[in-house]
Design a protein around this ligand. Structure first.
Ligand code: FES
Length: 370
């Protein structure tokens, strides 16, 4: 079978400049896409080259990135566009592979969540050969290059992915420092990368894994094994001297924040969240009628549901990225009325205010330029 080799970068750039003249009003990149979607320059895409089931509900997708890809730092994430039933969704996933991979490929590892339409689609339906739009690696959750540190990883469930990228990277660089790792999962067989982590524990002199299983085997009952100061002291007595990198559900991260704050060493705790942290909405808060002015859609919304989801449930497909208040892709303008920022509880009621629809809810009637 013949394989398509991409043209050299300088030759390709020259060719693109010339052909852009002839391709107007489109760009040459639109036609190049017909030959190989990975060569396009007007958008970045990646091709699925392998899918691998890590557990019964988590899957690793290996991707070959196209032109203009930038190598990630271990721990960073990317945005991926996923078409599901004719609609386009964007989600953010951490890269689980090390940047040192010699084949130029990278992986994401996705856990299907019960009401997660997109994550379930990725785990069940994505197949080798599919092309997916991707963004460049982003995020500041990574180990420092220069200063030597002794990491303590505390992860739970799919929160293992950034830590896995970092661990793989440390091994690839042959510079594994003294590393403690506490990982929570319901059962032994639910541990994503379980086999690889246990092999690391056996083979890497300075890496120590402490697995905590939070459910009784064969039963749906919870054990008492949840994060506590006693557990931390037991597994990692020198935790105060280490830099902690943590990723997992909000309840675990809050418990870590309190523990590190009480110890007066919050600066040593580095946290990666998969969801925005929301303040409590006052009990007497009310929603209202939301008008999406440019779409001509009017819908009633409560005081809790973010406006991005309100729009999606009304059949719209508004722009979005991370869905947790980081990327600002979902920004729109408040034309009138009142919305609440669910993270801080702040009320926005000035016409012209920028509203991040993924982290704001109706706080009365409101009209958005969407
Ligand atoms: S979708 Fe990223 S900030 Fe709203």
């Amino acid at each position: 079978m013949q394989t398509q080799q991409p043209p050299s970068r300088s030759f390709r750039n020259q060719l693109i400049r010339i052909t852009d003249w002839f391709a107007f009003p489109l760009r040459a990149s639109h036609y190049v896409e017909l030959v190989n979607p990975l060569w396009t320059t007007h958008k970045m895409q990646a091709q699925v080259v392998k899918v691998w089931d890590e557990t019964k509900d988590a899957r690793t997708i290996t991707l070959k990135p196209g032109t203009n890809w930038r190598l990630h730092r271990a721990g960073q994430h990317i945005r991926i566009g996923i078409p599901v039933e004719g609609r386009h969704y964007t989600r953010t996933y951490t890269i689980s592979s090390a940047p040192e991979r010699s084949d130029g490929l990278f992986t994401i590892t996705v856990k299907a969540i019960d009401d997660g339409r997109v994550s379930r689609h990725i785990v069940r339906n994505i197949k080798v050969g599919d092309f997916l739009p991707v963004g460049l690696p982003q995020g500041d959750f990574y180990l420092p290059d220069a200063s030597p540190i002794q990491p303590l990883f505390i992860t739970a469930g799919s929160g293992i992915t950034p830590a896995m990228s970092m661990l793989r990277s440390l091994i690839a660089q042959h510079r594994m420092p003294s590393t403690e790792h506490i990982h929570f999962a319901p059962h032994e067989f639910d541990v994503i990368f379980g086999k690889e982590l246990r092999a690391m524990d056996a083979e890497q002199k300075y890496y120590h894994l402490h697995e905590v299983h939070t459910r009784k085997f064969g039963e749906d009952q919870h054990t008492d094994s949840h994060f506590s100061l006693e557990m931390l002291e037991q597994f990692c007595p020198d935790w105060r001297e280490r830099d902690c990198y943590a990723c997992g559900p909000a309840s675990l991260l809050s418990a870590l924040e309190s523990t590190w704050e009480e110890a007066g060493i919050s600066r040593r705790l580095h946290i990666e969240r998969f969801m925005a942290e929301f303040a409590e909405v006052p009990a007497d808060a009310t929603g209202g009628k939301v008008t999406f002015a440019r779409s001509g859609v009017e819908v009633d919304a409560d005081s809790q549901m973010n406006l991005l989801r309100v729009a999606e449930e009304a059949g719209m497909n508004p722009p979005h990225g991370c869905r947790m208040g980081i990327c600002h892709t979902c920004n729109t303008t408040l034309k009138s009325g009142c919305v609440r920022d669910l993270r801080s509880g702040e009320i926005l009621n000035e016409a012209g205010a920028i509203v991040q629809t993924c982290v704001c809810a109706a706080a009365g009637d409101c009209e958005l330029d969407l």
